[in-house]
Write a protein that binds this ligand. Sequence first.
Ligand code: HEC
Ligand code: HEC
Length: 238
Amino acid sequence: LASAGAIGWACGDGGRADTTAAGGAADRGRQLFTSAALSKSGLNLYSCATCHDAVVGETPLVKPGAVLAGATLRSSYWGGQEADLLGAINQCRAQFMHDPEPLLATSNESLDLYDYLLSLEPGDSASVEFSTPRLIDDPLERGDADRGHALYQLACQTCHGEIGTGLGRSSLRIAQLPEDALIAHEDFTPRLVRLVFIEKVRHGNFFGYGGEMPPFSTQVLSDVALADVLEALGATGE
Ligand code: HEC
Ligand code: HEC
């Protein structure tokens, strides 16, 4: 059973043949999913796969976006803020991939992407919870640096590169941690620097500036896990 949003999108699909064959629509959709092609902007740093695994366990990484197998069957998206599947995708494209021009339900690209998502069914049809604290006031305990290092590699390193060197970061536009963040906030107290780190991880964009970093919900990265990462980054607040 497809959700209302998905049916609307799929309507344009009438008469498309052999969508799951090799080289067919689903295959093209998978290529779109793993390339930067779904944004027309030269500023885009990401593919969909940067932030989403297609199926559970596809990578060992801790990605901020939900696993998408089953997304075609869900009744709401973005923690209930969005009822339409294509709308949810267009939010990602606008917020993170610098392309505010929505993909239209009838475009070849969006139909290929839809067929790819369909090919991942059944997956998990339950709506994905997505909570972040509204106000960042650092309720966190001190964490464990060793666990934090391991978690950093799974959750942050794809984009930011190695701690301290930035080696392997996906773009020079992405801050090297923790140095760049410390330099950018030189005149902040250690406690404020810690708040900046928490704010970035939980909200992505920070008081209106910078917005390409995706938010991590407490379901994806618990407060305890975040405290461990902060410990590894030396953002101890002291
Ligand atoms: C920079 C990271 C990032 C990129 C790139 C990104 N997304 Fe997302 N996406 C998120 C986050 C964070 C959410 C909100 C959490 C959630 O519900 O998955 C989300 C939500 C979604 C949802 C709703 C999932 C649900 O069940 O609630 C869909 C569908 C989706 N993205 C598809 C895409 C597609 C397709 C692309 C590529 C065009 C894409 N995203 C690119 C981070 C990203
Ligand atoms: C999908 C890519 C991506 C992932 C994953 C990611 N970040 Fe980021 N992050 C960015 C980008 C891009 C920026 C700079 C632009 C901005 O501020 O939005 C940034 C900025 C930051 C900053 C602010 C640096 C400054 O200049 O003040 C901090 C702190 C940060 N990230 C921490 C983290 C931590 C900790 C994790 C892991 C839990 C993480 N990020 C995961 C993309 C990412």
